[in-house]
Design a protein around this ligand. Sequence first.
Ligand code: URA
Length: 302
Amino acid sequence: MRNAGPHSREDVAAALLGWMRDSGLETFLTETPRNRFAETAAEREKRQAARRPAQAPAPSPRPASQAPSPSERRPEQEAAARSAEQSGFPTGRVSVPDDVAVADARERARAAASLGELREMLEAFDGCNLKVTAKTTVFGEGPETADLMLIGEAPGRDEDLAGVPFVGRSGQLLNRMLSAIGLERENVRVTNAVPWRPPGNRPPTPVETRICLPFIERQIELVAPKLLVCLGSPSAKAILGSQEGILRIRGKWTTYSFGLEESATIPAMAILHPAYLLRQPAQKRLAWRDLLALKTRLDTVS
Ligand code: URA
């Protein structure tokens, strides 16, 4: 086949590349094996070191001497660690999601007295497997205390690369939604229920969400917003415990409790996720209704 006609070699190659891109292929294989887990870990370490103040010791909420030794590991953890060792991947990054990880997350999150400490705790936490494949920990963005806090599901590709929530297409729509009701993105705290991008943008599993929950709950407590808004159904399920679909619960005020005292509750609601609105633009009229309700409520509490 020569380079002519609708099926030239270039056309076929371009079609193949287009198909791979549309299928979500982001990196090409090379002749020699590359340990991308180790590369990601090294990159993350470099970013964390750059963020640490000079000469400050690396955060180690659990000293190395207290890290679970092979004999302390449960059998399934032991098997995972062994297979990771055999594969040549860093064993410290591989974990088995279970109640131990949830309890560990809870303990670390509770110990954080500020957002800075919470970020360090999260970055040092190895109990969630999503961290293995994510490039960055997407902690949250916005003021340390804010009247309004928005919580999405989990970072996507753009957010994973930038280390910042909602910077991709849905983030741009979110910014427009906020400005439509007179809010500036930089005055709003924006974060996600899960801080690591699930591979290929799959939804986080219930176990992964449960493991991450103590960190987002502590973040809400520290930011102490006056209103909380969950973007989309997975966030509403994780944070507000909603059981029904988003089209049923959206726009309805409920309360979020972050303490045992009765006063430690704030109004909360779920609205449609901007990514959903990009796919279903006709539903923007529902989102607009909810945004107006949000604006009215915000004016009464701030
Ligand atoms: N979708 C989310 O839920 N969160 C992001 O940060 C980006 C897209």
